[in-house]
Design a protein around this ligand. Structure first.
Ligand code: URA
Ligand code: SF4
Length: 188
């Protein structure tokens, strides 16, 4: 039996398994429907997420919400989380030891939620869920099927803020997610 999200919530409370525990305000476990068939995984909380205890509520999250709205995707039908659950200072990339300490939580979230589709937002999510042999530039926009789950790697929403081209590709990748969800009769 996989652990429920509530059990994971209890386990992560006061977590001090890595040094990010010293600088965080709130642990950001995840948000959305715990029975979602579509899950999204980002990198780690930023300043706004650290303050609110929720994923993707800042600038990048607002841009992602804008995409969801345009595509007719209801964020409430998804489950959204990150590779690390505490904010890396100055929004630096999470370090190897931090990811190693934290990765078990997202792995248990995947087991518990049991999604059919996982959208990997950026390189950190892609390489830590599927393996460092995957490169985001060549993998994005292409389905990877593994152990009965369809993975869609795409750009991290923060990258869209700086690059109009990536914005278009992000939209296209989410269209593919919608098509696959339609095929599988999944609500979004
Ligand atoms: N960037 C992420 O990777 N995750 C968040 O929750 C917010 C910004
Ligand atoms: Fe624990 Fe993860 Fe936070 Fe590190 S980042 S303290 S492992 S919850």
């Amino acid at each position: 039996m996989s652990e429920s999200i509530n059990e994971i919530k209890k386990q992560i409370e006061n977590c001090n398994k890595c040094k990010l525990c010293k600088t965080r305000t709130n642990i950001v476990l995840g948000d959305g429907d715990i029975n979602a068939k579509i899950m999204l995984i980002g990198e780690g909380p930023g300043a706004d997420e650290d303050k609110e205890g929720l994923p993707f509520v800042g600038k990048a999250g607002k841009l992602m919400n804008f995409a969801f709205d345009g595509l007719g995707i209801n964020r409430k039908n998804l489950y959204i989380t990150n590779i690390v659950k505490c904010r890396p200072p100055q929004n630096r990339d999470p370090e190897k030891d931090e990811i190693e300490a934290c990765i078990g939580y997202v792995e248990n979230q995947i087991k518990s939620i049991n999604p059919k589709i996982i959208v990997l937002l950026g390189k950190i999510a892609l390489q830590n869920i599927l393996g460092s042999e995957y490169k985001i530039t060549s993998s994005r926009g292409k389905w990877i099927e593994k152990d009965g789950i369809f993975y869609m790697p795409t750009w991290h929403p923060a990258a869209l803020l700086r690059d109009e081209n990536k914005k278009i590709q992000f939209w296209q990748d989410l269209e593919l997610v919608k098509d696959k969800a339609d095929e599988m009769k999944i609500n979004y």
